[in-house]
Write a protein that binds this ligand. Structure first.
Ligand SMILES: [Zn+2]
Length: 373
């Protein structure tokens, strides 16, 4: 990614705390029939459970029913497997470690299904429904997930992360606090494949619609190919490092562009060689390019009449205006002004790629030609 986000602590995290409590203190310690006393070490959640019991409606019965169903499934597990699940819960929720440590393999629903199909189903039924507009957390007792909690979280998030550019592509804008709608949040480790981290906000990042819904989809950034079969050894070879979206340190990424034509106005994608590098981060760069289809998208951007072709064209079209208004003399001098601006605005205005693209045009002498005409 081009830059990372600042993580925002927020009271929305209490939902994940409820889930942590359910997992560690209720399900993993399942013993005897479930009753409301099993929640006594978490007074707030116990009260919610009681209040939901008095409510009509599918969401309320779904939440309480899921707690009970999963509890029953845990009763059937032996202590060795429960210890494994505790370890896996922690692995699936430490997104930063999953990005940095290839020895860690996150647990999937399919892994659980192999020996415990009913447990896998119960967990998937629950975790796949707790995020989004049909989540029981949208009930008032939880503080209205979508209408209030995420909206407030997003406002604070976009205040602290105010570039309003998608860090995964650098091409598209993100809706900030001047919009009445917000950008969708992507589950970096996909929620349809991996249990336990659906409401972990370190696994949730705003992302432009094109990155989220066209390119990333269910791709898993920490695997070279999405693992299909349950095969721990193969999965280990298949592991890849990835940039962690909330990393506090992020390396500088170098772009370079080579163009095999002088006819920029007719530029085609196969005439462009693009390289994206950062020494020591080769694997992270590779997974970033793969997940977000960046080779294709950056080449398309350079060929676009409203981007690359326009950047070139506007220098050729406008340098004479600039000459009339300033002491600029010729396209090449005007190019220097535009290049300086692109280098200054690496993130806004796609300067990260605009600058290297214009430099390549310059090195091919494309701005001289006009000057000498
Ligand atoms: Zn994007």
């Amino acid at each position: 990614m081009l830059f990372t986000y600042n993580y925002i602590p927020h009271h929305i995290e209490k939902l994940q705390e409820y889930l942590d409590f359910l997992f560690f203190e209720v399900w993993c310690k399942a013993d005897g029939d479930f009753n409301v006393d099993k929640l006594e070490n978490h007074g707030e959640l116990q009260q919610i459970y009681i209040d939901l019991g008095n409510l009509e409606g599918a969401w309320a019965s779904f939440f309480n029913g899921s707690i009970e169903t999963i509890y029953k499934e845990f009763l059937k597990l032996d202590s060795v497997y429960i210890t494994e699940l505790i370890n896996n819960y922690e692995i699936n929720n430490n997104i930063e470690n999953l990005c940095y440590n290839k020895d860690l393999l996150p647990l999937t629903y399919d892994d659980i299904k192999e020996n415990n199909p009913n447990l896998a189903k119960a967990l998937k039924d629950f975790y796949s429904k707790i995020y989004g507009s049909n989540s029981p957390f949208n009930l008032e007792v939880f503080g209205f997930l979508n209408k209030v909690l995420i909206t407030d979280y997003d406002t604070q998030f976009m205040t602290a992360n105010n570039k309003e550019i998608c860090p995964f592509c650098g091409i598209n804008h993100l809706k900030g606090n001047n919009h009445s709608y917000r950008e969708a949040y992507d589950h970096f480790i996909p929620k349809g494949t991996y249990p336990f981290n659906t409401l972990n906000f370190k696994n949730l990042t705003p992302m432009c619609n094109e990155c989220n819904s066209t390119y990333k989809l269910t791709k898993v950034p920490i695997f070279k190919k999405n693992p299909k079969k349950i095969d721990p050894i193969k999965n280990k070879d298949n592991r890849s490092l990835a940039f962690y979206p909330y990393a506090e340190n992020h390396p500088v990424i170098e772009f370079s562009v080579k163009i095999n034509t002088s006819n920029i106005l007719q530029l085609k994608t196969d005439e462009i060689e693009l390289s994206i590098d950062s020494k020591g981060y080769e694997e992270q760069i590779e997974s970033w390019i793969r997940v977000f289809g960046l080779d294709e998208r950056y080449k398309a951007l350079l060929c676009s009449p409203s981007a690359g072709k326009d950047w070139f064209n506007s220098i050729m079209d406008e340098y004479q205006n600039a000459e009339a208004l300033s002491d600029i003399n010729g396209a090449e001098q005007y190019y220097n002004v535009i290049l300086k601006d692109a280098r200054k605005n690496i993130i806004s205005g796609q300067g990260f790629i605009k600058s290297v693209f214009l430099e390549e045009c310059k090195s091919k002498g494309l701005f001289e030609k006009k000057y000498n005409d």
